[in-house]
Design a protein around this ligand. Structure first.
Ligand SMILES: Nc1nc2c(ncn2[C@@H]2O[C@H](COP(=O)(O)OP(=O)(O)O)[C@@H](O)[C@H]2O)c(=O)[nH]1
Ligand SMILES: [Mg+2]
Ligand SMILES: [Zn+2]
Length: 307
């Protein structure tokens, strides 16, 4: 038989069809072998090629993942989004109108998956003209202890410090549609040539919005994954007591609560409730923590029903 096996990296997925990068950095089309095998962008896989002309290489094995970033869909099912990430960069911008609760849940999702995270404030050149509300949102992330990078994806000179930071990391860019993920991808990995959204005047409908998750190499080192915009994000299902691990400022106060199993909801002697009511931590971020707990409790029965 004229067959050979190689290790490869999944850089884009279209259902059963995938694009993989092989050792020469060449990108080739491949197909999943068998119905049970599934992979996501960033996966390390083994592909089997045959020398027969016209035969598409098959992905025959997905290698163990160093990390897996996933979401929960509305039915409580876990949907993997990307594998082997070392950093999740959550982008916010003064426009479109930010929903900080989505950003909170992304940051929490990274923590639950043991992936480092940071906040990128894009379109920084618009910030002075933007609402006071936006400035307060950015401050909340700084106070909660997250790394915050402000830049303008359209202005290469402002991107330089981030480029350094992302070197030798595998980073996924996430955030609401229109915050500038694809624009930043083009700046950091010019070969990616990602389509960015332009609003057409007649309909105000977005054109050229990103439809697939895809991995690119940055010329100075590091890998970057651009992803389609989302309307919402919820992490995979969690126990009540685990949710606080997504809120560093809450986790820090938890040892001061009267009860060591405190969920910071209504318990007496709760240091987190005290801190939120005196604005020592952001009341909105605390609200966000309680919201995620409600979402998780609401999804759990859906999930149980499906088993
Ligand atoms: N003013 C300004 N606009 C930007 C900046 N970065 C991106 N945009 C614009 O924001 C819109 C959405 O960008 P895009 O990269 O498609 O966003 P995505 O949906 O997150 O991938 C496009 O019209 C971009 O030109 C920036 O730094 N400043
Ligand atoms: Mg995009
Ligand atoms: Zn408490």
């Amino acid at each position: 038989m004229n067959e050979s096996e190689h290790q490869a990296r999944v850089v884009e997925c279209f259902g059963r069809r995938v694009i993989v990068e092989i050792a020469t950095h060449e990108r080739i089309a491949a197909e999943m072998f068998g119905k049970r095998l599934a992979c996501v962008c960033g996966d390390e896989v083994r592909i089997r090629s045959s020398k027969d002309l016209g035969d598409v290489p098959r992905v025959v094995e997905v290698l163990p993942r160093r990390s897996l970033f996933a979401r929960t869909d509305s039915r409580g099912r876990t949907e993997p989004l990307a594998a082997n990430l070392s950093l999740l960069a959550v982008i916010i911008a003064p426009e479109p109108e930010p929903d900080p609760f989505i950003t909170d849940r992304y940051l929490a999702g990274a923590a639950f998956a043991n992936i480092a995270s940071l906040v990128i404030v894009n379109k920084a050149e618009l910030q002075s003209a933007s609402s006071e509300r936006f400035g307060l949102i950015v401050d909340e992330y700084r106070h909660a202890g997250f790394d915050v990078f402000a830049l303008s994806a359209k202005d290469n000179s402002t991107v330089e410090p981030l480029r350094e930071m992302l070197r030798d990391k595998a980073t996924m860019l996430v955030g609401q549609s229109g915050v500038g993920k694809s624009t930043l991808t083009n700046q950091l990995a010019p070969a990616s040539a990602r389509a960015t959204r332009e609003l057409s005047d007649s309909s105000r409908e977005g054109r050229h919005t990103t439809v697939s998750t895809a991995l690119f190499r940055m010329p100075h080192g590091g890998e970057l994954i651009d992803s389609p915009g989302v309307r919402d994000y919820a992490p995979p299902l969690l126990e009540d007591a685990t949710i606080q691990f997504g809120w560093p400022e809450i986790l820090k106060l938890a040892p001061q609560c009267r009860f060591n199993n405190c969920l910071h909801l209504r318990e007496p002697g709760c240091a987190v409730i005290d801190a939120a009511s005196t604005k020592q931590i952001s009341p909105r971020r605390y609200e966000s923590y309680k919201r995620l707990m409600n979402i998780m409790r609401g999804l759990a029965p859906e999930y149980e029903r499906r088993r």
